[in-house]
Structure formats: C-alpha cells, structure tokens
Write a protein that binds this ligand. Structure first.
Ligand SMILES: *Cc1c(COP(=O)(O)O)cnc(C)c1O
Length: 400
C-alpha cells in the first residue's frame, strides 16, 4: 500500500532504540498536507473555516500545531474547551458542540465566551431563559443516515444527536419569546462517511432551515470525512466534496446574504493517517503474534471492528503466512486477524497504521496498564509530546 505517512521505516526503527515501545508517533507533515488539501479543495469559497474536531486527538502539542496552521477548534466537553484555551485558541476560535452534557458545562462555556451549539429543546430553552445569554448555533438532525458502522452513525431518524426538523416551529417561538439570537446551523452525520451525496443531501436540508432565520453567520457541515485504512479502501475525495459543497453553498449565499461562512469540522481526516503505534513482539504462539500493547492503547479494532494496517518493519523476509496480532489484555484483543506479516520473531517492531484519530484519545488504564508515550515528527525532527505514564499515575486520586 502506498504510504501517506511520510516517516520512513528506518527512521522509526532508530526511534525504537532511543525510546522504548510502545509509543505513538504523529507526522506533522501529513497533518499539514491534509490541511492544505482542504484549503485547496474549498478555495472557491470566499468565507471558509476549518474547525478541528479535537476529540480525535487532543494532545496539546497537536492542538498548538493545528492552531498554527490556522484552524479553529471543535470541542465536546468543557475540559476540551479548557485544553483548547491552554493551546492558545481564543474564545471566538473555540466551538463547543455538546450532546446532552450537564447544563452547568454549557453555562461555564458561556462564561468563557466560546461559541456554543445546542441540539435539544430542553437545553435551548434553559439557555434562552438566562440573563447573560448570547447567541447560539443549533445542531439539527437532517434524518440522513451515514457513517462507517452503527456506533458512529449519529444522525438517523431516532438518533440522540441534533434537533429534529419538526421542532423548528418550536425553535422559532422560543426565539421570539426570549429574544434568542441564532447565528448558525450545524450538522454532523457521523464518522467514516465516504458518500458525497450524504453531505449534499444534508446541505439542502440545512439550507431549507437556514433560510427561515435572518441573522446567521455560519453554516457548519460537520466532519466525518472517510480516510483510507487499507489498499482499495473507499474514502472521501476532499477535492470533489470541496468543489460540490462550495458550489451549493455559494448559490445559497447569493440568495441569503453576503455575510455567511461555511465551516467544516474534520477530526479523523486531519490526523488519522498521520499517526502510527509502534509496538514490539513479545511472544508467538499458534499463529498468534503477541505485542506489548492492547486495547488499553488502541481500542478501534475491538470496539468498532476497524481495520488497521499492520506491518512488521523489522523483518525484510516476506512470507505468505497469516497471523493474528494480539495484545496482552486478558480479554480477546485482536488488533488484526489473519494478517500476512513479514516473518515475525520476538523483538521485531510491529507498526500499526492510521493510529492518529480516536487512538490515544480513547486509551485507558485497563488491566492497570500505563498509557504510552507520544512523539511528534515534523520536518525530520522528532520531539516527545507526552511522557509515558508511571506507576504513580495509577495511584493518583486513590484513597487507601
Ligand atoms: C466527532 C465529531 C466530529 C469529527 O468527526 P470525524 O469523523 O473525526 O471527522 C465533528 N463534529 C462533531 C460535532 C463531532 O462530534
């Protein structure tokens, strides 16, 4: 498979001598290329903004890098809002898109003056009644089902996300009664969406709602752009979607007002291919290759049944034998089943690809294991951006 990630295997092998595996490494040059491709794809859109969905990978060094490229940030919890501030984002560059979080978080976000997007009537009403309120955006549910698997489809008819279209009447009333300003509409269909039509359909739903409201500043199409995980995998063509969404948007904008921005909110698209998880073979048994990692580090294969490409970068001897690559967690933790690997031996370095998005950010301490170190590579230099956890970290907050 043609590698998108730019870090060479020999360089990675050298790093495994300097830093002990397991560790994550992210390629800044890949993130930058992806970001530039987005800008190129949407270059015909006069007012355009990228909000990086930081739940994909929220390490502060990554946030700083993304900020430096010019992106704003999408957050889903008050702690993500705080991390975004720490990384240097200004309040107006932070977008808070909670889903059923306690209202206290929404009030806290309001006090921090970040942009707030709400998606249910009860909390919109609670918000409308506040004295200190400022305008909000509303996430709607366009009733379009899209996404790679059922855990990441978030906009079907019965979804927990987004305001149902039949609530728009109520929204109008609330707006008038409480003098609530609505400055944007938002959708987010799910993750791993490979169909441009899903976005086009939801654009039309959004425009229909948007034209009923006067003071909009932006329309946010969300994220979910599918990337390649393996050879021949389908993925979203960012140039195609950029061209098509821009053209729909520009037409709408002519009818609406000149002061309207198009926002997209990619998480996975920016960082997935950039990340690698480097591990080492600990033992081999019955075609099971064990590595010094588990779903405490990378849960996507087990939780989503996600395919991650896996390579033995230590061995040059190709083989046609298939192996199961498994972790050390005392449960079934298969990173990959029946994968052909170059001849494996204990101590070989196993590289797991597409480990940038929803990888470290979903890591845990299950089995009282430590979360790994994170490295950042940019222009042939590598820096540590997060130390490996220590035993003491497991004791923090325990009372005994
Ligand atoms: C998770 C999320 C995204 C990003 O999804 P990706 O599949 O990583 O692009 C964007 N917007 C919202 C509101 C999200 O919750």
């Amino acid at each position: 498979m043609k590698r998108i990630n730019m870090i060479k295997d020999n360089y990675l092998l050298d790093l495994t001598k300097k830093y002990k595996t397991p560790f994550y490494i992210y390629d800044g040059n890949t993130i930058e290329t992806k970001y530039k491709n987005i800008l190129k794809a949407f270059h015909n859109c006069t007012d355009f903004q990228v909000n990086y969905a930081m739940k994909a990978l929220s390490s502060i060094a990554i946030l700083k890098f993304v900020k430096k490229m010019g992106a704003c940030v999408d957050t889903v919890s008050i702690n993500e809002v705080k991390l975004a501030f720490l990384a240097g984002f200004k309040a107006n560059e932070i977008f808070f898109t909670p889903n059923g979080t306690p209202f206290s978080e929404i009030e806290e976000a309001l006090n921090l003056h970040v942009n707030i997007t709400l998606d249910n009537m009860i909390q919109i009403e609670q918000y409308a009644k506040l004295n200190t309120k400022k305008s909000i955006a509303v996430r709607i549910n366009p009733k379009i089902v899209a996404g790679g698997n059922k855990k990441i489809k978030v906009a079907g008819k019965k979804s927990k996300f987004g305001l149902a279209l039949n609530k728009i009447e109520e929204l109008h009333k609330l707006k008038d009664t409480h003098n609530l300003q609505i400055h944007g509409f938002h959708i987010h269909l799910g993750s791993d969406i490979a169909s441009i039509n899903s976005f086009k359909d939801s654009a039309n739903v959004l425009f229909n709602v948007a034209k009923q409201f006067k003071d909009l500043k932006f329309i946010n199409f969300g994220g979910g752009f599918k990337v390649k995980y393996k050879k021949d995998d389908n993925f979203i063509d960012i140039f195609e979607i950029g061209t098509q969404l821009t053209s729909l948007f520009n037409t709408f904008k002519k009818e609406y007002s000149n002061d309207l921005k198009l926002i997209i909110e990619p998480g996975k698209f920016l960082v997935s291919n950039a990340g690698l998880l480097l591990t080492e073979i600990t033992t081999i048994k019955n075609r099971h290759v064990f590595i010094n990692s588990g779903f405490n580090h990378l849960i996507r294969p087990m939780y989503y049944n996600a395919y991650h490409h896996i390579r033995n970068i230590s061995s040059a001897k190709s083989s046609d034998k298939a192996y199961n690559i498994v972790g050390y967690i005392c449960e079934h933790d298969y990173f990959g089943k029946k994968r052909v690997l170059n001849k494996p031996s204990v101590g070989d370095i196993i590289c797991i690809e597409n480990a940038g998005a929803y990888s470290f950010s979903m890591a845990s301490n299950y089995n009282s294991r430590l979360r790994p170190m994170e490295l950042f590579y940019y222009n042939e230099e590598t820096t540590v951006i997060r130390k490996k956890e220590s035993f003491d970290d497991l004791l923090t907050n325990q009372i005994y």
